[in-house]
Design a protein around this ligand. Structure first.
Ligand code: LLP
Length: 386
């Protein structure tokens, strides 16, 4: 376990920092390719929101995946990393005019539209540029997912998408507009989903909606089922590569597509989650009334998931083999929620030990903030540290 990290190199670096194991990332991408290669109509767009580190993006682009973006900044990051514009899709409930214009100027492959007013603005802005924008409607499928409440998105109560009952109406509107071309339907039910039955429920719902469209002789070019496949946070070493086979087979078995229809996926966490770790240094050990604290130099500003979603990240003392002791592992930020884990077994921690927070490749570095005037953590890849 300990020798998976280049400790000598780590000791030269200022902590905290993110470390990306490019072998894990490349193996993950190969596993995705292996499964999707079985279907010429399956296309994966990497959800850039999970991690936009340029070095990570570059490796993902090399593998041939497209990019799913949710802001103008992400579109720029994807273009800079070399993603072909015809493999970039743009989603998001609140696209600003400049972001829509940027997408139009680049000629991205699709805007995933979430409301009628947005549709109207895209049509107007495209008209001003004498262009036609490909659009898909994001439909809220009212399908729940077994995951944290903050990261479910497909319920009627969520702000995302257009309700199912409005689907036909918005399609009719789009079909009458001159500067948008209706090409697909988009869905996303949530994130960190490990129960394949949630995706089966989505397939069933998509099948129903497609039947409604087939009855109207509408066959969309593509169905986009979003992302959401989870990773094993408990055992980052045991199963570093998510079970892509089960994931894609679920769609193959349950989603009814016409032969000419393409199926798009937007995976984020499953692509980058397990390749990344946040590496920090133990600053002080403090004996509290009933417990012992290990105070790290990394805090919730570097990895906010535990504070925001009560997320579990495996914590390891990567520089000690001493007998295990129990700690509450906390950061230096002036917030009581700045806690990475309570009652965690770690090899005895001494000042200066390096502590890894595992499975932090997704929604880690990208969600870091400068709160408390802290510097943003740097991300290094294993390719750079040889
Ligand atoms: N497509 C859409 C429309 C999305 O909203 C998301 C994620 C994805 C794809 C990618 O989902 P993934 O494959 O990564 O599950 N910050 C949270 C996760 C927020 C996910 C937001 N949407 C976390 O740290 O758990």
């Amino acid at each position: 376990m300990k020798n998976i990290f280049p400790l000598d190199k780590f000791r030269e670096l200022r902590t905290p920092f993110y470390y990306y194991d490019t072998k894990v990332l490349r193996d993950t991408l190969s596993a995705i390719k292996k499964e999707t290669a079985k279907h010429s109509n399956y296309h994966v767009h990497y959800a850039v929101k999970a991690n936009a580190n340029p070095k990570v993006l570059g490796i993902i682009r090399e593998s041939g995946l497209g990019a799913d973006c949710v802001s103008g900044g992400e579109i720029r990051a994807a273009v800079k990393a070399g993603f072909p514009v015809d493999k970039i899709v743009f989603a998001g409930v609140g696209k600003s005019d400049w972001e829509i214009n940027l997408g139009l100027d680049y000629g991205i492959s699709c805007f995933n539209v979430e409301s009628v007013p947005e549709l109207e603005v895209i049509n107007e802005l495209a008209q001003a540029k004498a262009k036609v924008a490909n659009i898909a409607f994001r439909i809220n499928p009212n399908v729940g997912a077994h995951t944290h409440a903050n990261i479910t998105t497909g319920l009627a109560e969520n702000k995302f998408g257009i309700s199912m009952q409005d689907m036909d109406k918005v399609i009719d509107l789009a079909l009458e507009m001159k500067n948008v071309k209706f090409t697909g339907l988009h869905f996303h039910i949530g994130s960190q989903i490990l129960d394949m039955s949630d995706f089966v429920a989505l397939c069933n719902r998509v099948n129903e909606l497609q039947e409604r469209l087939f009855a109207r002789r509408i066959i969309v070019e593509h169905i986009n089922v979003g992302g959401g496949l989870g990773i094993d946070y408990d055992h980052p070493n045991r199963q570093p590569i998510p079970d892509f086979q089960s994931y894609f087979v679920t769609y193959t078995e349950h989603l009814k597509l016409r032969p000419e229809q393409a199926l798009h996926f937007e995976l984020g966490r499953a692509v980058v989650g397990q390749c990344g770790s946040l590496i920090s240094k133990a600053l002080y050990m403090k004996q509290g009334t009933n417990k012992k604290f290990a105070i790290l130099d990394a805090g919730m500003t570097d990895l906010i998931r535990p504070a925001l979603y009560q997320a579990y990240h495996k914590i390891e003392n990567i520089t000690s083999d001493e007998a295990v002791e129990m700690y509450d592992v906390v950061g230096p930020i002036c917030e009581s929620s700045d806690v990475f884990g309570k009652s965690i077994d770690l090899n005895k921690v001494r000042r200066g030990d390096l502590i890894a927070l595992r499975s932090a490749g997704a929604y880690g570095e990208i969600m870091a903030s400068g709160y408390n005037c802290r510097e943003l953590p740097v991300g290094y890849t294993s390719d750079e540290l040889v």
